[in-house]
Ligand binder design. Sequence first.
Ligand code: ZN
Length: 80
Amino acid sequence: MKPIRPLNYMERINKALAEFLKPKKPGEMGLFLNPEIRHDDWCKVMKGKPECNCSPDIYIELDDGRFQITKAGTLKKVGI
Ligand SMILES: [Zn+2]
């Protein structure tokens, strides 16, 4: 068996976006704004490299508030 690789941050965003859009009707896009990706100071991205080797905290604004995208790629409400 292959070890389960943790989701990278783009996969986390894509998964959360897919979850968010699933219950919506066609043409009803909803609001998905201002993704904020907080990499660790030691992450390669912070040194100008394209690949991320940390597990950043990701926040995003949706119709109904601000959410954190968890390491599993799910949405967790974090405030108004
Ligand atoms: Zn990173």
